[in-house]
Design a protein around this ligand. Sequence first.
Ligand code: SF4
Length: 446
Amino acid sequence: MTATDPPAPRFLPQLACETVPRYTSYPPATGFEADTGAQSWSRWMHALPDNPAVSLYLHIPFCKSMCWYCGCHTTIPNRRDRIERYVEALLLEFDQRAAQLPSGHSVHHVHFGGGSPDMLDTVEFGRILGRIRECFTLAPDAEIAAELDPRGVTPELAASLVENGFNRASLGVQDLSEEVQTLIHRIQPLATVEKAVETLRSAGIPAINLDIMYGLPAQTRERVARTARCAAMLKPDRIALFGYAHVPWFKKHQRAIPEDRLPGAQARFDQMFTASGVLELAGYEPVGFDHFAKPDDPLAIAAREGTLNRNFQGYTDDRYDVLIGLGASAISEAPGGYIQNQPDPALYAQALENKASAMIRGRARNDEERQAGARIERLLCDFRLPADVVDAQDRAALNELNALGLVEDNGEGLTVTPAGRPYVRNIAARLDPAFVTGAQRHSVAV
Ligand code: SF4
């Protein structure tokens, strides 16, 4: 640290331990209702502007083995025919959902998430991309990305991804120490990650993202720092730094995590701050509160230009009119609201086989909620809000955080100070009309 560096943000236990929404949607998914489904979606599709920009999210809910920290919708299929049945259902959903779009649409982003999309074989990747190109109008420069488990990356898979037009891959690294990997049931030494990155790059995937974590059992500042250093040495375009959310009442497999080995709130905060420092020293620009990107990566550019957005995958440079979520548990977003598909892969497949819709719940947004959501999104992306969207009630709600030096209100608007950045979700929550402090349905802020 030099004399000109800003001081380290302070650990404020009452804020770091406060449970607040992640604000990947507004209203949050915890407020979705069973009576909003396929009919609402169909209405919202009729109300789309001409030539809408479309993004596709495909959920592949399968993994080879369960990581104990996992917070995703995934299953261990045991039998290959479960994956085959699921792929057939996905293809049916493409037909169903594409038929509702205006012909002038264009798809700019396709994202395969999960689960582990590398559970698909090369033939399945080819069939899925082939059907996407038949059903939707894919822009020539579309970003096609996949989340991959480094242990599942093979030269055959990498070649198939390139052949099918993929141009970005995200690899889960989490932590590189053997003890942590044993406790989270995910053994993947650094050599496995290095090999996966090398395999993808030599096949021709131009952009690589890595995900690392803090707050895992037996993690220390040193271990987190080493993981961040190793991740940066692989020179990915983006690195996401996520805090482990321990919610064993909601994700039963997390009961296998030894709670007495979990770092406390102060240790989590120190780990987060240490990893951020390592990544910034390595030349990565912070993007929002949990992403880092090379200065020439589109995400860093969007952050600098004030065009960064937030969606269910976190921070994104994607600016769509409609996001179509395909597959079990996938969430779709339109100006009218959100809709979620059936989360159980077998029930999802059954719905599509019966020519029914897989949408089971959602939430329409009124104008007030759209405005509240847009304001929270701008705060989380830009760390500031212009004066014309901040009123006296907001200022009163932020009094306490203002006094702590976390926000500044200088007449031109509201700015989150460097000390306030780790607490930006707490700040957003005070501007959220629906937020109730202490609700147990969200994760801790840091
Ligand atoms: S590979 Fe990812 S999605 Fe699968 S169990 Fe592990 S953390 Fe969850």
